[in-house]
Ligand binder design. Structure first.
Ligand SMILES: C=CC1=C(C)c2cc3[nH]c(cc4nc(cc5[nH]c(cc1n2)c(C)c5CCC(=O)O)C(CCC(=O)O)=C4C)c(C)c3C=C
Ligand SMILES: [Fe+2]
Length: 491
């Protein structure tokens, strides 16, 4: 891999192997674009408290372009600073070498202890966990992006939305057995990866860091420190990069690491996206090819890629590379299938939208109906943004979308399983880890925290904000008209 080339960052979606980011201890060098835009490292720290009383600071930033956000069903225009868009969306993508830093050698010394940290979203283990899990999700400023002026409403709003959304989410989780399978599958993937690394003679400890439910990122970070890990590779279990997934977890990790003298010096490499790796592409093509054989006329089946959506503003205003990476990913999978003589028609749509804002289009449900109307009779659904079975494959695709497709005239329905622990896939992840090892360096210790940190650290101001925010949330909650409008339009 070429270290330190700016073009790697400018065009992250064109990388040929996984995109790796490493962090220097000099915050001003966190983004290769600093050479072009010296202020792109600017960041502010805001405070976010998890439902279970754990506290974590997350990095946030302000954008220059006008951006529409939603606040309790009301649209707000949010000023956006372009320099921060660059730092949020693109800094972490690509391989960058701080000119003054030494890159550690990949050869393992006797004292070296390699750690691999798997990022995942997390999911409620039981129905009782659903509302607090949703609270954690909506309290993340990378999931509900409020203007800085209204950031004090983040937690009251998260409380309100999580309470209102919980019944619908609970129904979904109840339909798939009363909780999310994510923790179990991610633990299995971690064990399989550990074994694959051992087979490749790179012994490592593998840790799981969930963003919104146990085991939280802090738990994993503390364990890494306790185990005396000397080199860490961070591997998100999202093939494509999004501000809302990998971006959010990276920022959470940066904030944990920067406050700890051991962790802030730990050499780290972050694999930001890996959808373009041949091992992943071939594993996906294998699953599709196998599943096509279950149809009576495999060549007539429409291959229907369904990706988790994000609000359009993430891509168009905040520079999220998610859509570009998704489109390139689908192109690469289809290219692989064509090379095997499989020339089926295919399409890509986005599922799982939440709230009244515009999400990436076309929407899965609308496309299914259109395809049915156009006379498509056989369809193979391929979940493509996530590598484990979860509520959106087991409930949304297997139940809701299947029913909709059959009602719309599609007669033969199939669904490609998630990769889970498929051995060719896990083996490729192990290769990605090994390839990233030479790029490890100390994670950024960002100190440029802007004014917001000071304000949030002032207990009186924090109390006033919380009080005001809670009052507003209370007004929403006691007004049945607002609540019913909110439920109808947002959830
Ligand atoms: C690439 C994957 C994902 C992206 C991008 C993403 C963005 C995103 N999600 C929400 C809202 C919700 N997500 C929920 C669950 C959930 N989402 C993903 C993946 C991505 N999300 C996963 C793996 C899961 C967990 C599934 C499980 O099995 O537990 C939920 C809760 C479930 C529900 O009620 O539907 C919500 C809500 C937003 C708003 C967003 C981007 C801004
Ligand atoms: Fe989601």
């Amino acid at each position: 891999m070429e270290a330190g080339t700016i073009s790697r960052f400018v065009q992250p979606t064109k990388a040929t192997s996984s995109s790796v980011a490493n962090f220097s201890s000099n915050s001003s060098m966190c983004c290769p674009r600093t050479r072009l835009m010296p202020t792109c490292h600017s960041a502010h720290v805001v405070r976010e408290t998890y439902y279970d009383e754990r506290e974590i600071a997350v990095l946030s930033s302000e954008p220059i372009i006008k951006k529409i956000c939603v606040l309790g069903g009301l649209f707000l225009h949010r000023p956006v600073h372009k320099r921060d868009i660059v730092s949020r969306a693109f800094c972490p993508v690509g391989l960058y070498t701080h000119p003054g830093s030494t890159i550690e050698s990949s050869s393992q010394t006797a004292e070296e202890k390699i750690g691999v940290l798997l990022f995942n979203l997390g999911g409620p283990d039981t129905l009782h966990d659903v509302q607090p899990f949703l609270f954690n999700l909506f309290a993340d400023p990378d999931i509900i992006r409020l203007p800085r002026l209204f950031r004090f409403l983040q937690r009251p709003l998260a409380q309100l939305i999580s309470v209102l959304r919980a019944p619908k989410s609970k129904e979904g989780y109840a339909a798939i057995g009363g909780g999310s399978p994510l923790r179990k599958i991610t633990d299995e993937q971690a064990s399989a990866l550990k074994m694959a690394l051992e087979t490749k003679e790179v012994p490592a400890n593998v840790y799981v860091a969930m963003r919104y439910w146990h085991p939280f990122t802090e738990e994993a970070a503390h364990q890494i420190k306790r185990d005396g890990i000397t080199k860490l590779v961070v591997l998100p279990l999202y093939p494509q990069y999004s501000i809302s997934t990998t971006g959010s977890s990276v920022r959470a990790l940066q904030n944990i690491f920067k406050d700890d003298s051991y962790l802030s010096r730990l050499p780290v490499a972050i694999i930001e996206s890996w959808y373009q790796r041949q091992g992943y592409i071939k594993s996906m093509a294998n699953l599709i090819e196998e599943e096509l054989h279950n149809f009576t006329k495999p060549e007539e089946v429409m291959v229907f890629f369904s990706a988790h959506g994000v609000p359009v503003s993430y891509v168009e205003d905040a520079g999220d590379p998610y859509r570009d990476q998704m489109e390139e990913c689908i192109f690469l999978i289809m290219k692989e299938l064509k090379a095997r003589g499989i020339n089926n028609d295919y399409t890509l749509a986005y599922q799982s939208r939440v709230g009244p804002v515009q999400w990436l289009k076309p929407y899965t449900d609308e496309v299914l109906v259109e395809l049915g109307q156009k006379g498509v009779k056989s369809l193979l659904a391929v979940p493509v943004s996530f590598v484990s079975e979860h509520i959106e494959t087991l409930e949304e695709i297997d139940m809701e979308y299947k029913e909709l497709a059959l009602e719309s005239g599609i007669e033969d329905w199939g669904r490609v399983p998630a990769l889970n622990c498929t051995s060719s896939f896990i083996s490729d992840l192990a290769d990605a880890v090994i390839e990233a090892l030479p790029s490890t360096m100390a994670m950024s210790t960002l100190t440029s925290t802007g004014t917001e940190e000071g304000v949030d650290n002032d207990p009186m101001q924090y109390f006033i904000k919380m009080l005001f925010g809670s009052l507003l949330a209370f007004v929403f909650l006691v007004s049945p008209k607002i609540v019913s409008a909110f439920k109808k339009n947002i959830l």
